[in-house]
Each structure stands twice: as structure tokens, then as C-alpha cells.
Write a protein of this length. Structure first.
Lengths: 616, 439
């Protein structure tokens, strides 16, 4: 009985961590320590000397611009840097308080200190977990049958939280067998319907930066190495994957594992704000008998696994490692720069909007890229740093390129002598609205209250249970009627769904689920493509903005500030991460003269629609 | 002229759309870029007749009644006479106004439109799972890793109509977000109406925002943006906002307002969302919208793997009323010749009843029905075997049907567009127009 109880304790505690403790995302407070909240820093920062790496980028461009006779845009001010770095690494701008602190901070190297701090907070994993999942899911119009993209997110988030190397992520997504509920990476192959060539295409796009798809039906018209032969040879690496549909057939190999509490989502609404929790039990296995055949109706010959631009592997099935592991070993070997180049280009593009090639999967086996020398240098560095993602992010964010002001003219674009504005992605926008309006903070407060209440409930249940066990044992020995009565009383208190406490707990749970449902739906809707008209309607009249302005704490808090100037400053800090200029004050001070939350919400609305808010 | 508020026209979370606007409140602060948003058009009144001349041009429209989950062919358009209980078939074949067409007995009202119906009983599809099959049925392309094909509504929107001509979106999706516009890009995504009794998504102002407050907000936005660098993105946002505001105050918005229909018409259609959706589809087509899809079936819809009959009977009776009334109405208004009405799901259902009294997915021979728009009425194409299992005659693939549909509305199925990767793609690949289906 006690073992059973302990098991339940663990399970229940985990449940709290998963569902209740979350919500640090919008927390405008110091991250609590210890098990409450499970918001420990996730991984140490990479050991590599990153400022040196950023200097490589800077030196390269200094020389390049000088040679090209280009004057680069100046570096951005601290407020812009804070906003840009926070959006890039956390998917949400800094809070007004954080902005004030950062602007007042006069320690040298505060920018690199900021980046270090951003990279070690749990919000980093929340956001980059979404990014990695989007990179996978955006490759295709819709998910394959039974894919569980929620557990895929738990995986991507955990991988980012633990700062797993990019090669380990490749190995898990591409080569590891597993079932989808507890091993989210197994969803990768399922997402592409477990079709050998579809999975191969996705693998190549994500990790080699090469889009093979046109070679499915014919040799590439312009790239000699991309033959139809090479396509199907590459696909042969995935010939043996199959979907296990009978849980009994694989559950011994893949027992249920508790998720790492530190790797659990801390989104508002807990895990429930991750869309798409559904799907059956499925596993990805390496036991198919099938082969990949060249699609020539006259001569459908069996293809041997062939690395891109390489020779077929003759004895692939005689080796101990599965075909898929052989592929990943080839991909991620230190000599293979495809893998590192593709990663450098992908992260660089994500952070700056600039790419060494035209698309994240725009490489061809014969590499032709802009700034090839720098790309290769960074690729070597990425290899030398064991494919450490945080090393790469840190290098880019601390480089001059990331810190430049915006420039939109053709020369600036051509020579990377300035960044151009990009729209926030849907997750960035969603979380920016929650943060700026104080709706995130309100949700956090609710969640906190619920967490406390549910913890209390849990403790009571455990106490009752223990008492019952003791009483049952005692009753077995002496069997007095008083004991029996007391046991019954305990039992009925335990079962009484009408007791006020039980009702309150149920009500709180319901509230919490409701918040989660709303956030989940909103995120889902936001991820859908929209026409510019519908996008504008969503921004102006949509439920997220409406609810956040109505219920968020910001307009009430700001209305309480003493002077109009304080109110306006706070509005600008909360939305745009900077103080208003004197002209802006001149124009808008009158609008916040009245300490009326509704009027404040109107200004907040206008700031939320501004180009500056919607871009970074 | 000011229109009164019509209480029936409320958004799920929003205010009534037919707001009375005060011209006087709008005179202030024009002149800069954002001033355009506040221009004289905002002082026009939401409303109008909802009728345009564009609806009477030579171009056709399409109404897709999307039967989510896959309805059973034998219980709808391909009824069988077998009395073997393992096949179910509790709906017997009934006669219709056309000697050619027989329908299942749960479609009595549609039976009165037998001479309008073109029934295809020999549809085949290779896609066994819902999401893949829906993608295939909506785009005519099997899902692959790279090609993101546009859905039929997006194709029609692009080929037959644009917003600027009529002040209304060319593609409206009722009760469903619809499918992706693929490589056509988000501009060809539908305008979504979740509830036919409410305006399109996000069109109404939020409940706690008055028109005055909205105007103040727009004015504040102008102040915030003044002198700030906009760049190409800023211009894009502004363009979207302009269009959105135009839409919000379009005189054609009345097309979305079912309360403008006479009571008798509303009653003839019925109260359910689907029936109301059919009425809205008619109003929209009348106003020049080129493609309207109406989803039928909440949640899993027709996907009755267990307890098939109670669920299917309920759905089919509702469907029967909605589609029959839609056809009568279109006909009475002389719109049926220019409007294709399609009723289909993504596949059919197994002829045999399974252990849970349900029917599973079936691809080897299923049915859909079309009416109007140049399709041959009172006509049945294709045939399944006696037990309803396989196609016995004249199989029609999904791309075949798609090609036929595009051909009828005057769009070349072979027309090519470049996708994201710069590859040319036909609108329909590998589909042949089935001329027998057409007049």
C-alpha cells in the first residue's frame, strides 16, 4: 500500500509541476527557487569563448564593408537592444521594470550579461521549443495521422531547456525508436506519415539545409548532384521505419517515463496552452521489411542508402547501427560541414532575417553562399563547440550584425549593413500582448493562487489516505467499532464531493483549465495563415487584444500612477520598451491626463497596433 | 441614411455591427497617412441592401456543403435494396422527381429536387485518413512533403473574383476555418464566419468598445505613428488596416445579416447552424461572393465508427432540409444556373456494419451530389456493385471531379502557377473533365 501511495505521490506531484506550477512566462517577478515552479536555470552556459566568436563576425564585416566602401548602420541604443534580444531569445519583450533597470545599469558589458541571463531562463526553452517545433511542422501543410504535436513540443522544449547539442537533437528526431507519448521526438517520422522519402526530405531540409523535393520525380534542372537517383538513395536510409500501432507490442521496450520536471512547460495555462493534445498510442520502430525502390515502372530496382553527394553504402544492413543511425553519424560527423552550415544559416536567419542562402533549406550539394568564408568559419566553430546551440545564438546576438540599426535601402540589404524590420511571429505577438497589457501577470496570479490551493488539497488527501491506511491496519488487529467509525468518517470526508473545500478546488481547477483552453485556442488560431485584411481585423478587434485590454492589470495599474507623464512613460515602456520622446509626450500627455483605466486602455490599444510594436 | 440596430446581428463576443455612426465626430484630424483611415467613408453607415449587380454577371459561384467526416453513400445518394442486416441499409431507396435518381429515404425533401441533382456514385480516393483525405478532396492533390496546394475555395477566389470589385471577400467559409491557400499565399484565405447568425470573425467591435471609443483609438494610433519610420512593413500593416476598415463599414456587409431576410424565408430554412449557413450562403452568392463553403457536422460530424444510424439519421435529415431549401431558393431567384452546389465529404463509409454498430472509412466507391451551375440535373453517373462495395462502372477520381468543377465554372484545370520553390504546378494534376456530368 505504501509503495502504491508513494507512486501516487510522485505522480500527483508531477501533475502539479506539469499543470499548475507553470506560468512563469509572464511572471514579472524573480523566478522562485526549488521545486515550486520548477524554474531552475536549465543548463550552464557554453564553455566556448563566445565574445571571441562574435569578434570573428565583426572582423569579417569590418573588412568586407571597408572593401565594399559601405558605411554600416550605427549600433542600436540599449532599449532597442534589450527589446530585440528579448524578442529573439525569449519571444517576448522585457517588462517595463526590466527596461528601467537595464537602462539604469551602468556596468560595462551589460549587453553580454543580459544575453547570458536570457539564455539561462526557462522562458528561453518555452520559446525556442516552439521555434524548433515550428521548424518541423511548417515543412508541411498538415500533420500526419495520430501525430501528437503537444508531446512533440514537450520534447523540443526539453531539448532546448537542457541545451542538447544540435547533433543529439538530429539523432533523436531522425534515428531513435520510441513511442510518441513519452518520447515526443518519435512524432517527427509520424508527422511525415512515416513514408521513407517524405521523412528523408524533411530530414534533409531541417538538418542539411538542402531541399531535395524536385528530385523526387526528375533530376534537378540546375544542380548536377541532385539527381533522382540521389533522392531515392537518400530516402533508402528511412526504408525500415514503421509505425507500431499495437501498444502491447512495444510497451515493454518503451515503458512510461516521468517527464523531467525541469523540462516541463511553464506557459500560462500549463501544458494546456500547447495546442493539439490528441492522437493514439503509436511508436516509431526500425523493423519494416520494405525497401525503397527507384520509381521506374520498367525497372523498380532496390536503392542502397546513399549519403548526399556520396557513394551508396553497400552493407548498410550488416552494420550494428540501424540505417537511420548510420545516416545521422554521417550527417553529424565533424568533417561534414553541410550539417553545421545548415544550422548556422538557419539560426542566423531566424535571429537577423538575413541568410547566407536564400532560404533555410536553400543549400545545394555544391555550396554557393553569400559570405561563404564567414559561414564556413562559423560552421567550424559550431563543430568545435560540439554543435552547441546556445554558443551559436550567443555568437549571433552579440555580433555587430544583430546590433545594427534598421536600414531598408537596397545597398543596406545587399551588404548586410543594417537590419530590416520583421513582423513578430504569432507566438511573439501573443506573448507580447499578454505582457504589455498585464494580462499575463493576471493569469500568473490566478495560477499562483490555484497552485497554492491545489497543493493544500493534495496534502489533505495524502493525510486522509495515510490515516485511512493506519486505521485499516489497526482495525485488522483489534477491530474495534470506534476505529471503524473513524475510518468511515475519514473515508466519507475523502469522498464527499459536496464539501466546501472540494467544491472550491474543483472550481479553481475549472478556472485554470478555462484559462488554458483560451490560450490554447488563441495560439492555434494565430498560427493559421491570414489575409492582410483578416490579420488587421484580428489585431484590432480580436479576442486576445479585447480580453487582455479588458482584464489585464496594466491599464488599472497605470491609471493609479500619479502624474500623466508617469502614465505615458509606463505605457511606452510596457509596449515599446522605451521612453517616449518629447514630441511624443507633447502629443499624447493630454490623452492620459485623466486616471481612467478605460482611457488608458485606448492608448494601450493604439500602441499595440503600432508598427513599432508589431515588428522587431 | 441611418439604419436601426438589428439585435439579431451580434457577434459571439461582440457588439451589433449595424452601429449608427455620427458623422460629426469624425471631422477632426485628417490629412496624414492614417488620416485616410478616418476619411469620409467611416461616416458611411454599416448596412445597405446587400445586393450588388456583380452577382448577376456571367461568372459562376460555388457553394460547397462540406459534410465533415465522410457521410455514408448507401444511406444517402447510393441507396441499396439489400435487406441483409449486416449491411444495415435501413433507409430504403425512394423515388425522386427524376426517374433516373433514387435517394435514401432519409432525404425526402431533396427527393423533390431529383431533376436538379447530378449524383456521382463512383468516387474513388486513395486517402484513408481524414486529414489527408480532406486535403485531397479540397485541393485535388495528395499531400506530399513540399507542395502546399491551394484549396478549391482559394482557387475560385483567385480566378473568379477579388475583393475590390464587390467590396466583399470572394471566399467565405462558414462554420470552419477551411483549408490552406497553399502556395497562393494567405491573401486567398477565406473570410471565416463561425456562426451564421453573427458577423464574420473579428468584424464586430469587442463588447466593451463603443464606436466613439474605437474612433478615439484610431485617432490615438495616428498620433502614435506620426513621424515614426514605417518602412515596407508599416505600409503593409496600414494597407491591411485600410482594407479591414473598409470591410467593417462596407455597405455590402448587410449580405452577412440574416435578420434582413423575411421571417418566412428564415423559417423555411430552419434554425440550425447548418440551415442558417445555407441561407447565408445564398445571400452571399446573391451579392457576388464566388465561393462559400458551409460545414455540416459538429466535431467528428459524419465520422460514425460507432452507433452509426442514430447519428447519421440526425445529420442527414438536417442536411436534407438545408440543401433542399437552398436549391429551391436559388432556383426561385434564377441563381441555380450560375451557382454550383456541391454536397460531399472526404470519403464514404463501409458497406458493412462493424461490431460497434458503426461504419468505418470507405474509399473504393462513394458518392457525392452536385446541382446547378451547368451540371446535368436528374442524372446519375457511375455505379457500385450490388452490395455497395466497389465501383462497378465509370470510376471518378477526386482530381477528375475537381477538373470537371473548374471546367464548368470557366477555369482551365491545366492552368499553371509557380509554387514556393519556383516549380510550375497545374491547378489540377492528372484529372480529366468528365463531360457526361455536364449539360
Amino acid at each position: 500500500v505504501s509503495r502504491h501511495l508513494r507512486g501516487r505521490n510522485v505522480a500527483a506531484t508531477l501533475w502539479f509541476l506539469v499543470v499548475v506550477m507553470g506560468s512563469s512566462l509572464e511572471a514579472q517577478r524573480v523566478e522562485p527557487k526549488g521545486i515550486r515552479g520548477a524554474r531552475r536555470p536549465h543548463a550552464e552556459l557554453p564553455p566556448g569563448n563566445t565574445s571571441h566568436a562574435a569578434a570573428i563576425v565583426d572582423d569579417y564585416f569590418d573588412a568586407y564593408w571597408k572593401q565594399a566602401g559601405v558605411t554600416p548602420a550605427p549600433l542600436v541604443d540599449d532599449a532597442t537592444f534589450l527589446r530585440r534580444a528579448s524578442l529573439a531569445l525569449h519571444g517576448v519583450p522585457a517588462t517595463a521594470d526590466e527596461v528601467t533597470r537595464f537602462l539604469a545599469d551602468d556596468t560595462p558589458k551589460k549587453r553580454s550579461a543580459l544575453v547570458d541571463s536570457l539564455l539561462t531562463r526557462s522562458r528561453y526553452a518555452d520559446y525556442w521549443g516552439f521555434r524548433l517545433r515550428s521548424w518541423i511542422t511548417e515543412m508541411r501543410e498538415m500533420l500526419g495521422q495520430s501525430t501528437n504535436i503537444a508531446t512533440l513540443y514537450f520534447y523540443t522544449r526539453e531539448a532546448m531547456a537542457e541545451n542538447r547539442s544540435w547533433s543529439r537533437i538530429a539523432k533523436e528526431l531522425l534515428a531513435t525508436e520510441g513511442e510518441i507519448t513519452y518520447r515526443g521526438y518519435a512524432n517527427f517520422a509520424l508527422y511525415f506519415d512515416c513514408e521513407a522519402n517524405e521523412v528523408a526530405e524533411a530530414a534533409s531540409r531541417l538538418f542539411l539545409g538542402v531541399n531535395l523535393s524536385c528530385a523526387q520525380c526528375h533530376d534537378h534542372p540546375h544542380v548536377d548532384a541532385l539527381t533522382q537517383e540521389s533522392y531515392w538513395g537518400f530516402a533508402a536510409y528511412f526504408a525500415k521505419i514503421s509505425i507500431g500501432v499495437e501498444k502491447s507490442s512495444y510497451e515493454k521496450r518503451f515503458p512510461d517515463i516521468p517527464r523531467n520536471p525541469a523540462g516541463i512547460s511553464t506557459l500560462p495555462g500549463g501544458d494546456w496552452s500547447v495546442d493539439g493534445i490528441w492522437g493514439d498510442d503509436r511508436a516509431i520502430l526500425d523493423n519494416a521489411k520494405r525497401e525503397v525502390k527507384f520509381p521506374d515502372p520498367k525497372n523498380p530496382r532496390v536503392m542502397k542508402p546513399t549519403p548526399l553527394g556520396g557513394a551508396p553504402v553497400g552493407n548498410a544492413d550488416e552494420q550494428k547501427a540501424s540505417r537511420r543511425f548510420q545516416l545521422v553519424a554521417w550527417m553529424t560527423s565533424r568533417e561534414n560541414l553541410y550539417f553545421a552550415r545548415a544550422a548556422v544559416n538557419r539560426f542566423w536567419n531566424e535571429l537577423t532575417g538575413l541568410g547566407f542562402v536564400d532560404a533555410v533549406d536553400g543549400f545545394t550539394p555544391e555550396i554557393s553562399a553569400r559570405h561563404r568564408e564567414l559561414l564556413d568559419n562559423l560552421a567550424w566553430g559550431f563543430n568545435a563547440n560540439r554543435h552547441d546551440v546556445k554558443w551559436l545564438l550567443r555568437t549571433v546576438v552579440l555580433s555587430r550584425i544583430f546590433q545594427q540599426e534598421y536600414r531598408e535601402d537596397p545597398q543596406g540589404r545587399e551588404t548586410w549593413a543594417g537590419l530590416f524590420r520583421r513582423p513578430l511571429n504569432s507566438d511573439q505577438w501573443h506573448d507580447s500582448v499578454l505582457r504589455a497589457t498585464g494580462e499575463g501577470e493576471r493569469i500568473y496570479n490566478v495560477a499562483e493562487e490555484i497552485a497554492v490551493a491545489l497543493e493544500e488539497e493534495h496534502r489533505q488527501r495524502v493525510r486522509l489516505h495515510e490515516k485511512r491506511v493506519l486505521l485499516t491496519v489497526a482495525a485488522g488487529e483489534e477491530n474495534t467499532s470506534t476505529d471503524k467509525d473513524e475510518s468511515d468518517a475519514v473515508q466519507s470526508a475523502h469522498d464527499d464531493a459536496d464539501s466546501p473545500e472540494r467544491k472550491r478546488w474543483a472550481e479553481l481547477r475549472k478556472q485554470y483549465d478555462e484559462i488554458g483552453r483560451r490560450l490554447r485556442e488563441t495560439r492555434k488560431v494565430l498560427r493559421m495563415q491570414k489575409s492582410p485584411t483578416n490579420e488587421a481585423l484580428l489585431l484590432m478587434n480580436g479576442e486576445l487584444v479585447a480580453t487582455s485590454l479588458r482584464e489585464g492589470l496594466a491599464s488599472y495599474q497605470i491609471a493609479k500612477l500619479l502624474t500623466p507623464r508617469e502614465r505615458l512613460d509606463r505605457l511606452y515602456l510596457a509596449t515599446l520598451g522605451r521612453l517616449p520622446s518629447e514630441t511624443e509626450r507633447g502629443r499624447l500627455l493630454d490623452e492620459v491626463r485623466e486616471p481612467n483605466p478605460k482611457k488608458i486602455a485606448d492608448v494601450l490599444w493604439a500602441l499595440l497596433q503600432s508598427t513599432e510594436f508589431l515588428t522587431y | 441614411m441611418l439604419k436601426p440596430c438589428t439585435p439579431a446581428f451580434h457577434s459571439a463576443h461582440g457588439t451589433p455591427l449595424t452601429l449608427t455612426t455620427r458623422r460629426g465626430a469624425l471631422k477632426a484630424s485628417m490629412g496624414t497617412a492614417l488620416g485616410a483611415l478616418l476619411g469620409p467613408t467611416l461616416s458611411s453607415v454599416f448596412g445597405g441592401t446587400g445586393q450588388t449587380e456583380v452577382g448577376r454577371t456571367g461568372r459562376k459561384s460555388v457553394i460547397l456543403l462540406w459534410l465533415e467526416g465522410g457521410p455514408c453513400q448507401q444511406d444517402s445518394f447510393d441507396p441499396k435494396t439489400s435487406i441483409d442486416p449486416k449491411y444495415g441499409y435501413i433507409f430504403r431507396p425512394i423515388r425522386t422527381t427524376s426517374p433516373e435518381v433514387q435517394l435514401a429515404s432519409c432525404l425526402p425533401r431533396l427527393a423533390r429536387h431529383g431533376d436538379d441533382l447530378c449524383v456521382v456514385r463512383s468516387m474513388i480516393s486513395p486517402e484513408f485518413e481524414h486529414s489527408q483525405a480532406q486535403y485531397f478532396m479540397q485541393t485535388g492533390w495528395r499531400i506530399t512533403g513540399t507542395l502546399k496546394a491551394p484549396a478549391i475555395g482559394s482557387i475560385v477566389a483567385r480566378e473568379l473574383g477579388t475583393e475590390t470589385e464587390i467590396g466583399l471577400p470572394p471566399f467565405v467559409s462558414i462554420g470552419t476555418a477551411g483549408f490552406s491557400a497553399g502556395y497562393f499565399g494567405p491573401a486567398y484565405r477565406p473570410t471565416i464566419v463561425w456562426d451564421p447568425n453573427a458577423p464574420p470573425e473579428n468584424l464586430g467591435l469587442p463588447q466593451d468598445v463603443s464606436l466613439d471609443s474605437f474612433q478615439r483609438r484610431l485617432r490615438l494610433l495616428q498620433s502614435v505613428e506620426e513621424g515614426r519610420p514605417q518602412g515596407s512593413l508599416g505600409r503593409r500593416f496600414q494597407g491591411g488596416r485600410d482594407a479591414a476598415l473598409r470591410f467593417m463599414r462596407s455597405e455590402h456587409l448587410a449580405a452577412f445579416d440574416l435578420s434582413r431576410e423575411p421571417q418566412a424565408v428564415r423559417e423555411a430554412y430552419g434554425e440550425t447552424r447548418f440551415e442558417r449557413g445555407c441561407l447565408l450562403a445564398r445571400r452571399l452568392v446573391e451579392s457576388g461572393v464566388r465561393f462559400v463553403q458551409v460545414r455540416h457536422g459538429e466535431h467528428a460530424g459524419y465520422d460514425t465508427h460507432a452507433k452509426h444510424y442514430p447519428a447519421h439519421e440526425h445529420l442527414l435529415r438536417e442536411f436534407d432540409g438545408g440543401m433542399a431549401q437552398l436549391l429551391s431558393d436559388l432556383k426561385a431567384r434564377g441563381l441555380l444556373e450560375s451557382t454550383v452546389v456541391i454536397a460531399t465529404g472526404e470519403f464514404g463509409r463501409t458497406p458493412k456494419i462493424n461490431a460497434n454498430q458503426g461504419r468505418d472509412h470507405w474509399l473504393r466507391g462513394w458518392s457525392l451530389a452536385v446541382a446547378g451551375g451547368g451540371f446535368r440535373g436528374g442524372f446519375v453517373y457511375g455505379k457500385t456493385t450490388k452490395s455497395g462495395g466497389d465501383v462497378a462502372q465509370d470510376p471518378v477520381s477526386v482530381p477528375d471531379f475537381m477538373a470537371t468543377l473548374l471546367h464548368t465554372i470557366g477555369v482551365q484545370p491545366e492552368k499553371e502557377y509557380y509554387d514556393d520553390l519556383g516549380r510550375p504546378n497545374k491547378l489540377v494534376d492528372d484529372g480529366n473533365v468528365v463531360h457526361d456530368l455536364l449539360t
